[in-house]
Design a protein around this ligand. Structure first.
Ligand code: GDD
Ligand code: MG
Length: 352
């Protein structure tokens, strides 16, 4: 069985005002019946999977427990990082924890804020990656790129064909020029941010490429305390860790990467425009997308959304605009400014 490792410690400022510091996007119901976190956990449940390990922080621990329970899932462990140090130490901690009982166990690290509507297609991709992962490879999942996105990692294919293949190179978050080059070259895929590997392979990769993490993360784990069913990593060894993502710390340097192509729909919901696109895919005729408590009249390329049942939003004759309302805030922005919503969050922070 594969052990899912769900990363649920991040914050998503571009989906303000629904995504908040105390309640980030992965826990919000942005699309469909479940929250993104619940959909991610359900995607990795069933006969092929062990109970999920959730890596998160103290602020989110009760949200995690409650949201799992709501969809009938039991956590394998909810691990609390004493401070946000990005994905590298969190993934190493998960690998070391699972390795204590089974170093050969397969782990599937997944963000908890992605949209992957076709669960069966995703399971087939994971299936394809299982063989190489059991052989000691670190398996990445590649998405066909359609724009020179600078917020993603890029995977350079070494060969042709559809099956799993070795990776020539991993390039994390290139600048705009480099991204455009890679898109034009055609033999690059986006990194989906999902990784499949044996616990021991990841520990070996850290030993080779980021050995400074091994001792402190190992200590944080061996001195961890169980508290109301949560596993609290020890703060002292953890707090001194450098902040780094798995992509920079390990993936860019590793020479045992394999890529499995995932050609189905995938989105990391990086902004309200992405939410709009995903909603549109579900109801393609509705160019002016209005969710519950919102009405669009003669609108085009518009997202209208109210998450407050006492607050009706009506748009008339709007074009290329997003309006997102919650009980205490309203965002009004041009659709092409979706990435700048994080500016709203920092502007409000500066005011206080
Ligand atoms: N537990 C925990 N602790 N989770 C974290 C932490 C942390 O300190 N920091 C981030 N996360 C979670 C986020 O909530 C998210 O689910 C996941 O880890 C990835 O972090 P992001 O911060 O969203 O990474 P990114 O989007 O900039 O880049 C990664 O994902 C892209 C695809 O969405 C990279 O892997 C890129 O290469 C990739 O293309
Ligand atoms: Mg992300």
């Amino acid at each position: 069985k594969i052990t899912p490792i769900l990363m649920a410690g991040g914050s998503g400022t571009r989906l303000w005002p629904v995504s908040r510091k105390a309640f980030p996007k992965q826990f919000a119901q942005l699309i469909g019946e479940q929250t993104l976190f619940q959909a991610s956990a359900l995607r990795l449940s069933g006969a092929d999977y062990a109970d999920p390990v959730v890596m998160t922080n103290a602020d989110f621990r009760f949200i995690v427990a409650e949201q799992l329970e709501q969809v009938g899932l039991a956590p394998g462990a909810i691990v609390i990082e004493p401070a946000g140090r990005n994905t590298a130490p969190a993934i190493l901690a998960a690998a070391l924890m699972v390795a204590k009982t089974d170093p050969e166990a397969l782990l599937l690290v997944a963000p908890s804020d992605h949209v992957i509507p076709d669960v069966a297609a995703f399971s087939r991709a994971v299936q394809q990656g299982s063989g190489p992962a059991a052989d000691g490879r670190i398996v990445t999942f590649g998405i066909t790129p359609d724009r020179p996105e600078t917020g993603y990692g890029y995977l350079e294919l070494a060969g042709q064909g559809d099956g799993p293949q070795p990776l020539a190179r991993f390039v994390e978050k290139p600048d705009a020029e480099r991204a455009a080059q890679m898109l034009a070259q055609g033999n690059f895929l986006w990194n989906a941010g999902i990784f499949l590997f044996k616990a021991s392979s990841m520990i070996d990769a850290f030993r080779q490429h980021a050995p400074e993490y091994l001792d402190p993360v190992g200590q944080a784990l061996s001195q961890a305390k169980t508290d109301l069913g949560f596993l609290r990593l020890a703060p002292a060894p953890w707090e001194g860790l450098a902040d780094n993502s798995i992509d920079y710390a390990v993936m860019e340097k590793a020479d045992n990467l394999t890529v499995v192509r995932f050609s189905d729909r995938w989105s990391d919901l990086g902004g309200w425009d992405a939410v709009w696109r995903e909603t549109l895919d579900a109801a393609p005729s509705d160019r002016g997308v209005a969710t519950a408590h919102a009405t669009a009249i003669d609108c085009d390329n518009v997202l209208l959304r109210s998450d407050d049942p006492d607050l009706e939003v009506v748009g008339i004759g709007l074009k290329d605009t997003m309006v997102v309302a919650t009980g205490d805030a309203v965002l009004v922005a041009g659709m092409d400014r979706a990435q700048d919503v994080r500016l709203a969050v920092s502007a409000l922070k500066d005011q206080k």
